[in-house]
Design a protein around this ligand. Sequence first.
Ligand code: FAD
Ligand code: NAI
Length: 328
Amino acid sequence: MSAPIAIIGTGIAGLSAAQTLHAAGQQVRLFEKSRGSGGRMSSKRSDAGSIDLGAQYFTARDRRFAEVVQQWRSRGWVAEWTPSLYNYSDGQFSPSPDEQIRWVGTPRMSAIARAMLGALPVNFSCRITEVFRGEQHWNLQDAEGQSHGPFSHVVVATPAPQASALLAAAPKLASTAASVVMEPTWAVALAFETPLDTPLEGCFVQEGPFDWLARNRSKPGRDNQLDTWVLHATSAWSKQHLDMAKENVIEHLHGAFAEMIGCAVPAPALSLSHRWLYARPAEAHQWGALADADLGLYVCGDWCLSGRVEGAWLSGNEAARRLLEHLQ
Ligand code: FAD
Ligand code: NAI
């Protein structure tokens, strides 16, 4: 029996690759530095229930992805979110309804990754630091000094800066990944005992420190007892305040939110913050996935395409398809 395929990263790109390979009869093993799957589609459990601190919703514009999302819907992994949408510019909120279909994981964003992972073999809390090739096979080294292998192929499915560090065996791929700039996002969640007196459920923001506000509780199937909000700072604000202490970020963004929202904002019963260091690529690319097929090394992630959930899924699928093509 041939050696399995290693996949580094259990975000949507790694899981999409894993599912495609598994469905084609290949053996896979996943490696993830965090304690759970989902990457930037994960949700934070809190005393106020689960809160989506990363990806807020996703759209499906590509036919292949749209078909997969319909399957997810029929299995109960996702549902449509129809927020009362606003736009904030020139110091004013205006209703901004549209026809776009927006999907969320149910009962939380991370449910999608958990369901996709299913029973596939995975090593959590395992940060891979090196990917190296022996005479015939690949081996991985983790941050604890343990080695894993042998593997027939490796799929690297991490943000670009983390991918380039793992691609020493393929300098061309490493330098392409190293050329991708990824920008940070500070995310803050606030939970209020008394619901805020505003009809807003989602809001695109054009000025000030935020680019997005959402009422987490307005998403389908949420277990939030309190009125939970997620505030995303712009890339520019996040870069300027990259090393600010978490408490100060919460204080600052809570203050800015209270100033703009136009209703009383009490002290939150619960507040959280998270710094996404590699939140989004500074620009989109058309690579699909990167590969050195002769070596057996594949790279995928949202940054190979649109920097969105859809792009990440498509990229993982593309990496897997290229690998399968090369096997034939
Ligand atoms: P990731 O989700 O980053 O997965 C990579 C995984 O690799 C992670 O789990 C990481 O822990 C792991 N990893 C990294 N290095 C190693 C290593 N050395 N060893 C082991 N594991 C490793 N998209 C939308 O479509 N709609 C939105 O509304 C939206 N909002 C967003 C808001 C925020 C704040 C952020 C941060 C992102 C948002 N996105 C949104 C983007 C979307 O979340 C991403 O495009 C998508 O989730 C990326 O998936 P991925 O698999 O490429 O990467
Ligand atoms: P989408 O079509 O809902 O939004 C795309 C963009 O169009 C929005 O950012 C917004 O500027 C504009 N827009 C859409 N509908 C609007 C409306 N009704 N009123 C006013 N403006 C509207 O979703 P898509 O294309 O799937 O994009 C995903 C979202 O994820 C984007 O908002 C993007 O900014 C966000 N994202 C955030 C990241 C972060 O780090 N904060 C990372 C990656 C994506």
